[in-house]
Design a protein. Structure first.
Length: 202
């Protein structure tokens, strides 16, 4: 489980996680790719390092530059000079528009996650999220419109016995000591979703 540390670059981890997963599903080849590469080299695409960014911008970069592996370009928890080595670029997104965005529809969202893990944004500012340890978050995230952190939906539980809610299984980038070994479960809901999770699935 990866840990972004004090660098607010969840966007880089979500972007890389989605590319890793899609590549593994398509090619049967699991490459552990470099968030540092994306952090350092995507400023020209609108990202601002540890201050913020989007997975969309990272994917645009990945259409022209194969991402290097974590082994070749390790995580430093701060922005450094871009040190891309094309000879070590392993995985790129091949299509000019490598993503489709899904809004506020749990059925379509589940279909997307059936195909591959998907990047989303959530409101991670609340104590409920920051200090999450176990169980399903069903409220207490603050405004669903104030999304500020990117994570990856890797699965879901939609066949659960009451009173337990159907939920998304989400991989975070706060390390394995956070939450359920680095994961959080967020209840499925309509409209913008709990923690705003329904708005920017890609």
């Amino acid at each position: 489980m990866k840990d972004q540390g004090s660098c607010a670059a969840g966007w880089a981890f979500a972007a890389v996680s989605a590319i890793e997963s899609s590549h593994c599903i398509r090619e049967g080849d699991l490459q552990v790719l470099s968030e540092q590469h994306v952090l350092d080299c995507t400023a020209d695409y609108g990202n601002v390092g540890c201050t913020g960014g989007t997975y969309y911008n990272a994917w645009k970069y990945a259409t022209i530059a194969g991402l290097m592996t974590e082994k070749d370009y390790g995580w430093k928890k701060q922005v450094q000079k871009c040190s891309y080595d094309a000879s070590k670029g392993k995985v790129s997104t091949m299509m000019p528009n490598p993503y489709v965005q899904i809004y506020s529809n749990s059925d379509y969202m589940m279909e997307a996650v059936d195909e591959a893990p998907a990047a989303v944004m959530v409101n991670a500012s609340s104590r409920t999220f920051r200090h999450y340890r176990r169980g399903v978050i069903s409220h207490g995230c603050g405004s669903p419109s104030a999304v500020n952190h990117s994570v990856t939906v890797v699965g879901y539980n939609n066949k659960v016995a009451q009173p337990h809610p159907a939920n998304w299984i989400v991989r975070n980038s706060y390390g394995s000591r956070w939450g359920e070994s680095g994961y959080v479960r967020i209840a499925m809901a309509g409209s913008r979703g709990v923690c705003g999770i329904n708005q920017y699935m890609t």
